[in-house]
Design a protein around this ligand. Structure first.
Ligand code: HXC
Length: 257
């Protein structure tokens, strides 16, 4: 499949998707988002792939939705085209997805990163929801996901002032899981993805589903869901292998089923 706005490669069981509109700081236009969805569909269906990394360039993960494409939209065109809903594809991927962010992750770029399972940031990363500066508000989950991740006060600060926060502040506030030197970003993100890809795929997918439940339901419901899923794990070959390997003091060899 030939793409114009993204690059894709596979490294063993890890797929690496690189947003690639360098002249526009990876501004997310509809062509790019369609290609991203197509690539995700392909990796989701590919049994050889067990983890996905989404990254951008050194200067920008993505500087937001494409303002030049959005500028002339009307209420009706946005509504009838269902502008943005297709972006949610990223949050519906069942396999683990890591965002590796260097440089700007602004507006839709920050929202895209937050749709991934976790964010590894380069020390050069800058996050923000500057939509307010354009006379609008975040439209791809920014007011919701950012608030859940960093709390009301910081989310309000970022969304209402449009200011950027650096990688250290993003780590302090819980937006990113770790910060690494910029020249190690891809290596670290791919290593994390490789580690996850080496583990039991059903356990990984169900863990992802269970953690995501914590954002969508009550504690009691979430615990009930986790318990059911935990019980079901005893039906997998990988559970037998994982526990047998521990007892035999050898590394487990998961068959992902
Ligand atoms: C379209 C963009 C863009 C964007 C940058 N560019 N961001 N084009 N949409 N979001 C383009 C610029 O127009 C310019 O093109 C080129 O990329 C380089 O950008 P510069 O501004 O010259 O670079 P720099 O001076 O280094 O400043 C970097 C920047 C700035 C601080 C990131 O580009 C910026 O503020 N960008 C907009 C950030 C933003 O507001 N994002 C939120 C968008 S709204 P030319 O052709 O002039 O060289 C949004 C809503 C999401 O995301 C809702 C859900 C879809």
């Amino acid at each position: 499949m030939a793409y114009e706005n993204i690059l894709v490669e596979t490294r063993g069981a890890v797929a690496l998707i690189t947003l690639n509109r360098p002249k526009a700081l990876n501004a997310l236009n509809s062509a790019l988002m369609t290609e991203l969805s197509t690539a995700l569909d392909g990796f989701e269906a590919d049994a050889e792939i067990r983890a996905i990394v989404i990254t951008g360039s050194e200067k920008a993960f993505a500087a937001g939705a494409d303002i030049k494409e959005m500028q002339s939209k009307t209420y009706m065109s946005a509504y009838l085209e269902d502008f943005i809903t297709s972006w949610e594809r990223v949050s519906r991927v069942r396999k683990p997805v890591i965002a590796a962010v260097a440089g700007y992750a602004l507006g839709g770029g920050c929202e895209l990163a937050m749709m991934c399972d976790f964010i590894i940031a380069a020390d050069t990363a800058k996050f923000g929801q500057p939509e307010i500066l354009l006379g609008v508000l975040p439209g791809a989950g920014g007011t919701q996901r950012l608030t859940r991740l960093v709390g009301k006060s910081k989310a309000m600060d970022l969304c209402l002032t449009g200011r950027m926060m650096d990688a250290a502040e993003a780590e302090r506030s819980g937006l990113v899981s770790r910060v690494v030197p910029a020249d190690k970003l891809i290596e670290e993100a791919v290593a994390a993805a490789e580690k996850i890809a080496s583990l039991s795929l059903p356990a990984v997918m169900l863990t992802k589903e269970a953690v995501n439940r914590a954002y969508e339901t009550t504690l009691a419901e979430g615990i009930r869901f986790e318990r059911r899923v935990f019980h079901s794990m005893f039906s997998t070959e990988d559970q037998k292998e994982g526990m047998q390997a521990f007892i035999e003091k050898r590394p487990a060899v998961f068959r992902h089923r």
